[in-house]
Design a binder for this molecule. Structure first.
Ligand code: COA
Length: 260
């Protein structure tokens, strides 16, 4: 499939989606959000894709936020609709995909950009990356999950400070906060994400999908995550991957999992 605002490439079990609006620092306009939805959906349903990596084109930005030029004259209703559609098409959608999604944060990840990185299952960053939620400097608040996912990842006090000051933190501070898992030089970023992806791919995609579902349940209101875990654990016993994984272990050989 070809897109106007992104590039999606498959290689060796990994689909890498690169947001490609470098002149606008990869800002998320409506068309890009729609294309991202389609690209993530296609990768998630593709039998061969075991891991998805999302990054930004150019050396400067992952994503510098939602496209401010598109919503500057919005009404209350339009603002609410913008956030709701964004959650449905992209942010909640990515968080709940059954295929692992790694954000490779290669520069500025601001506003909707940081919210997209936070919706991914985990993040790695290049040493030049800068992250923040500057929305209150525009007279608005984070509307793509930032007020919920930032405190989940860094704690309430740090999230409050980041949101209220509208400031940016550098990659080392993001590592220290637990917002990203690893920091490397920019040219090592995609190789690192691919190395982690290759470790993930050795394991059962079916079990990983159940694990994502169970871990996400910890953050859902009114849901007992332990109950979700028990059900997901039980489900695994009915899968070919479980038969293969346990048989291989007991037979002292490497497991060959059939796929998604
Ligand atoms: N929405 C729309 N356009 C954006 C954008 C955004 N979120 N972020 C950057 N751009 C555009 C700029 O308008 C500029 O376009 P132009 O060349 O047509 O004028 C281009 O991207 C380059 O950005 P510029 O500001 O010139 O780069 P810089 O290196 O001076 O500054 C930033 C980089 C990231 C600090 C700055 O672009 C910025 O503050 N962006 C907005 C961040 C933000 O508030 N995001 C939250 C949105 S809710």
């Amino acid at each position: 499939m070809s897109y106007n605002n992104l590039i999606s490439k498959y290689s060796n079990g990994i689909t890498t989606i690169t947001i490609n609006r470098p002149k606008k620092l990869n800002a998320l306009n409506k068309a890009t959000i729609q294309e991202l939805h389609e690209a993530f959906d296609a990768a998630n349903t593709d039998e061969d894709t075991k891991v998805i990596i999302i990054t930004g084109s150019g050396e400067k930005a992952f994503v510098a936020g939602a496209d401010i030029s598109e919503f500057a004259d919005f009404s209350v209703e339009e603002g609410g609709k913008l956030a709701a559609q964004g959650h449905e098409l992209l942010f909640d959608f990515v968080a709940n995909l059954s295929t692992p999604v790694i954000a490779a944060v290669n520069g500025f990840a601001l506003g909707g950009g940081l919210e997209l990185a936070m919706a991914c299952h985990f993040r790695v960053a290049s040493s030049n990356a800068k992250m923040g939620l500057p929305e209150v400097s525009l007279g608005v608040i984070p509307g793509y999950g930032g007020t919920q996912r930032l405190p989940q990842l860094v704690g309430k006090g740090r999230a409050m400070e980041m949101v209220m000051t509208a400031g940016m933190i550098d990659a080392d501070k993001a590592l220290n906060y637990g917002l990203v898992n690893h920091v490397v030089e920019q040219d090592e970023l995609l190789p690192l994400a691919e190395k982690i992806a290759s470790k993930i791919m050795r394991n059962s995609s079916v079990a990983i999908a159940e694990a994502i579902h169970a871990i996400n349940a910890n953050y859902e209101t009114g849901v007992n995550g332990f109950d979700v875990e028990i059900e997901a654990f039980g489900n695994c016993f009915g899968t070919e991957d479980f038969v293969e994984g346990t048989t291989a272990f007991l037979g002292k050989r490497k497991a060959e999992f059939p796929g998604k």
